[in-house]
Design a protein around this ligand. Structure first.
Ligand SMILES: NC(=O)c1ccc[n+]([C@@H]2O[C@H](COP(=O)([O-])OP(=O)(O)OC[C@H]3O[C@@H](n4cnc5c(N)ncnc54)[C@H](OP(=O)(O)O)[C@@H]3O)[C@@H](O)[C@H]2O)c1
Length: 329
């Protein structure tokens, strides 16, 4: 049986991506579930991997990237999943240390699979993908730290990105007042449709903190940008606020002071969807099912096919993509 895959190969000039045919014998043999993959998506990590602009892949080449997949089980050596069942795979090293979702068929490890929730079609599940899961985990974290008062304003940075779009949507549907920070001048209508009450230019935050404790503007934050933006957000977060730190699209370094933590009781809470334990992962998908509608998902996504992934990845890293990119395998 032959099927298509986007394959990364290492050669004298670096890493190149091409769509080629594989057989079942080409797939890794250490997974216990064989999945007929129908959709995947492009996340920031995928874009870095496909364009080789960041060190994401920690496995030998040739390599099949794609940190997300959905599809039906063809064969299973796991008692948990059975042929015909629809499953979602995200994280657990998929597309980083193990071959991922950009293939018509993939062999994966059952411990990182969850059943496709009834609320979603396979297509919708991959519009959500790792980005939506990360935003849902961030929402759950804010709630855990008690940032849930009526009218609490939460700032979302990198708001038009995949994680950012879901953060704006989920927070607004959960009753928060959302301020959306973006570098895109034409994004107001898109962000307001997602539920943002205020749209601010990212320049307001990207210069970093003007002082260790700035005037309090936010009850909390979902930060996908990191670096100086996160530094500014920490200094502007009010008493007992919480910041869910989940990204580094703008920088990985963080310089701050202890004052927001010891004088305002601010919590900086890290999010890692990749290693997120199964019960929390399941809770996040349930939360997504209760908050988002099919129409909202379609509005925030565009669809590409395997040969288009490389070009779309470059556009994503160049800041030209709004929302989520679904991959139809
Ligand atoms: N912790 C986790 O589990 C987890 C999971 C998924 C993703 N992430 C991380 O979250 C981040 C976003 O991922 P994504 O998939 O949503 O990517 P994405 O769709 O490309 O979104 C990133 C957004 O960040 C903003 N941005 C880009 N470059 C920037 C810069 N230099 N300075 C300030 N803002 C910038 C842009 O939004 P605007 O144009 O609206 O400003 C862009 O749309 C990435 O760092 C990714 O690695 C983490």
């Amino acid at each position: 049986m032959m099927f298509n895959a986007l394959i990364l190969n290492e050669n004298e000039t670096g890493i190149s991506a091409s769509v080629d045919q594989l057989t079942l014998d080409d797939l890794p043999d250490d997974g216990d579930v064989l999945v007929d993959v129908s959709h995947s998506s492009i996340n920031y990590k995928d874009a870095l991997a496909v364009t080789n602009r960041g060190k994401i892949i920690r496995a030998p080449y040739p390599f099949v990237p794609g940190i997300d997949l959905v599809g039906s089980v063809i064969e299973s050596d796991s008692g948990q999943f059975h042929p015909g069942e629809m499953v979602i795979g995200t994280g657990g090293g998929l597309g980083e240390t193990r071959w991922g979702g950009y293939a018509g068929i993939q062999r994966v490890r059952s411990e990182w699979l969850i059943p496709l929730p009834d609320a979603f079609t396979p297509r919708e599940a991959m519009i959500i993908g790792t980005a939506g899961l990360t935003a849902a985990l961030s929402l759950i974290t804010l709630e855990k730290w008690g940032v849930g008062g009526e009218g609490d304003t939460i700032v979302v940075t990198g708001a038009t990105g995949g994680v950012g779009s879901f953060a704006v949507l989920l927070l607004s549907k959960a009753g928060y007042r959302v301020s959306a920070s973006t570098g895109k001048n034409d994004a107001r209508e898109y962000l307001e449709l997602l539920g943002a009450k205020e749209v601010l230019h990212r320049d307001r935050l990207s210069g970093g903190a003007s002082r260790p404790l700035d005037s309090a503007k936010w009850s909390g934050a979902i930060d996908t940008v990191g670096g100086k933006t996160l530094e500014a957000v920490i200094s502007q977060t009010g008493k007992h606020g919480c910041i869910a730190a989940c990204g580094n699209a703008g920088g990985a370094e963080l310089h701050t002071s202890v004052f927001p933590f010891i004088l305002r009781g601010v919590t900086l809470s890290g999010i890692d969807s990749n290693t997120c334990p199964l019960p929390l992962r399941t809770m996040a998908w349930e939360r997504l099912a209760s908050l988002v509608t099919s129409a909202e998902l379609e509005r925030m996504s565009i669809t590409v096919t395997l040969p288009e992934i490389e070009e779309q990845s470059k556009r994503l890293l160049d800041g030209e993509v709004t929302g989520r990119t679904l991959v139809e395998i």
